[in-house]
Structures are given as structure tokens and as C-alpha cells.
Design a protein around this ligand. Structure first.
Ligand SMILES: Cc1cc2nc3c(=O)[nH]c(=O)nc-3n(C[C@H](O)[C@H](O)[C@H](O)COP(=O)(O)OP(=O)(O)OC[C@H]3O[C@@H](n4cnc5c(N)ncnc54)[C@H](O)[C@@H]3O)c2cc1C
Length: 269
């Protein structure tokens, strides 16, 4: 609340008005913020893509970065699967590929890729508007009406992106505890993606002191969709004006060497 987020603690009765069918026996209060929202990642990314095109941004899809040439301590060009791009500025926003991009310029990116599982059910009329979070379980409803959600499963880093059947058992058992009405719904599909984790669960942002022109926006630790718009704006401001409108120095790569970590405990799923 100190930073202007109007979240508040609400009673079980109020929670049931916001999300009907919650099991009142498994919680004694809830936290709720009426300004929170949700968005389709596909539509959001596509909207940014289209907006960029209107501003004449050029996109190179299906183009892999294979190497980055550094000469005399400055970035010279990027080698891609479809040719070279001369530039002295690069943003490492490669998600689960960020470590590899770092290696191309001799920078050790302190990130690890952890597989996370998620599933979606058959669709229903909308009745779960917010995202419901209980411990390491979360769920909400998609625009199409499916219940979508996940739960933390123990994983080692860099596991292949294959689905685990036991995730469904653990998730379903915990889901019906909080919303018993979902007991008989059909699951349509499950899949997995990476949480790109840093040691303090905060992203790495900004230009590194190790190489001029090498900017980083990676390691979003499972929360990068909601941070994407502001991070894009701030990194663009940093490149164009030399200074972002919100200070991001505390999130620089160098914080790990200096031992200036800022631990985020609210990692969901
Ligand atoms: C199951 C699951 C649920 C999640 N739920 C949420 C949520 O509810 N809210 C939230 O905020 N976040 C959520 N996240 C996290 C969110 O998806 C990520 O934090 C976010 O997508 C990271 O964005 P990014 O742009 O850093 O990486 P990405 O979206 O992974 O984009 C990186 C891009 O770089 C490309 N790339 C990589 N290497 C190369 C290369 N060598 N050459 C060219 N291109 C390359 C990749 O192909 C990719 O397109 C979830 C993640 C998972 C797995």
C-alpha cells in the first residue's frame, strides 16, 4: 500500500462474493486488489507487434542469433541465421536463451531455466474473474472460459519442455480443495514452459558495466508477462535518452557480484 497499490485484506464472505464457489473452510481471509487485471499473452504480444509495425519497427522472425562480434571492447555486429546486423547496441531479452546470448560476449548470466507446468480445462461461463492464489497454486479463467492454472512442482534446472503427468494429479487434488465444484471438469490440455530464475527472483535490467552497449532484460523469474510493458519502456528510454524514467540501477547484473540482492518471496507456481 505504501507504493500506491490499493490491495486490502478481505473477509471470507467478501471473497466469496468476488469468486463464488471458493471453499470457505480452507481460508480465513484473503488479499484482493480491485485494480489487478489479466490479459491474453497472445493478444497482448500481437498488439505490441502490430503497434511496432505501425511505427516502422522491423521484425526478423525465425532468425536465430548465432554470435555477437566484439572488437576493441565494443559490440560490432550480430551474426544471425539470416545474415549479419551491424550495430553497437544489443538487448539480451532472450528469455530461456539469455544465458547463451551472454556467453556470446563472455558474460556469465546468473539465470537458470526451471520447467513449470500449466493446464487448461474445458470452457465455462465466466465465474472466476481474478487470479486465485493459494500457496503455490494459482488459477483463473481464460477469455474462452477454460480454467487455467498451475502449481509448483520440484524440478531440476534445464529439464526438457515435456509435460509431467504427476503435475495433473497434484494440481487437481489441490484445486478441488479450494474449489470443490471443479471436481468433475475435463482437462483439455497441459504444457510446460520455463521460469528463468535469478538468485533473488528479480529480473536483471539495464546496461552491464562489463560491455558498453550490452543491455539486459532477462531473468523474469516467472513474472515477466506483467513486467513486459514497463520493462520495454524503461529499456527503450535507457537506450534513447541514457536514463530511464524510473530508476532501475538496483536491478543491474552487477548486483550479484556486489552481493546486493533484493529477495522477492512472492513467486507463484
Ligand atoms: C507456466 C508459466 C506460467 C506463467 N504465468 C505468468 C503469469 O501469470 N504472469 C506473468 O507475469 N508471467 C508468467 N510467466 C512468466 C512469463 O511467461 C515470462 O516471464 C515471460 O514470458 C518472459 O518474457 P521474455 O520476453 O523475457 O522471454 P520470452 O517470452 O521467452 O521471449 C524470449 C524470446 O527470445 C527468443 N530467443 C531466445 N534465444 C534466441 C536466439 N539465440 N536468437 C533469437 N531469438 C532467441 C525466444 O525464441 C523468445 O521468442 C509464466 C511462465 C510459465 C512458464
Amino acid at each position: 500500500n505504501k507504493y500506491g497499490v490499493p490491495s486490502r485484506i478481505i473477509s471470507v464472505e467478501d471473497a466469496l462474493e468476488i469468486v463464488p464457489y471458493l471453499n470457505p473452510e480452507v481460508f480465513i481471509a484473503a488479499a484482493f486488489c480491485h485494480k489487478d487485471g489479466k490479459a491474453s499473452p497472445f493478444k497482448t504480444v500481437n498488439a505490441y507487434y502490430e503497434a511496432g509495425r505501425r511505427l516502422r519497427v522491423e521484425y526478423y522472425t525465425y532468425t536465430e542469433v548465432k554470435g555477437i562480434v566484439v572488437e576493441n571492447g565494443r559490440i560490432h555486429k550480430v551474426i544471425t541465421s539470416k545474415g549479419d546486423i551491424e550495430t553497437n547496441k544489443v538487448v539480451n531479452a532472450a528469455g530461456a536463451g539469455a544465458r547463451k546470448i551472454g556467453e556470446m560476449v563472455g558474460i556469465d548470466m546468473p539465470v537458470e531455466n526451471y520447467r513449470h507446468h500449466i493446464m487448461v480445462t474445458e470452457p465455462f461461463q465466466e465465474f472466476v474473474k481474478p487470479m486465485v492464489i493459494r500457496g503455490k497454486l494459482y488459477f483463473t479463467q481464460t477469455e474462452r472460459g477454460g480454467i487455467i492454472g498451475g502449481i509448483d512442482m520440484p524440478e531440476k534446472p534445464d529439464q526438457p519442455l515435456r509435460a509431467r503427468l504427476d503435475f495433473l494429479e497434484v494440481f487437481a487434488a489441490n484445486l478441488v480443495k479450494i474449489m470443490p465444484i471443479l471436481k468433475n471438469v475435463n482437462i483439455l490440455r497441459q504444457w510446460a514452459g520455463y521460469y528463468v530464475m535469478t538468485k533473488d527472483n528479480h529480473p536483471i535490467l539495464g546496461e552491464t558495466e562489463k560491455l558498453e552497449g550490452f543491455y539486459i532484460a532477462a531473468g523474469f523469474s516467472g513474472h515477466g508477462f506483467m513486467m513486459g510493458p514497463i520493462v520495454g519502456k524503461l529499456i527503450a528510454e535507457l537506450i534513447v535518452y541514457g536514463k530511464p524514467s524510473v530508476p532501475i540501477d538496483a536491478l543491474k547484473l552487477e548486483r550479484f557480484e556486489r552481493g546486493e540482492l533484493i529477495y522477492e518471496r512472492a513467486v507463484i507456481g
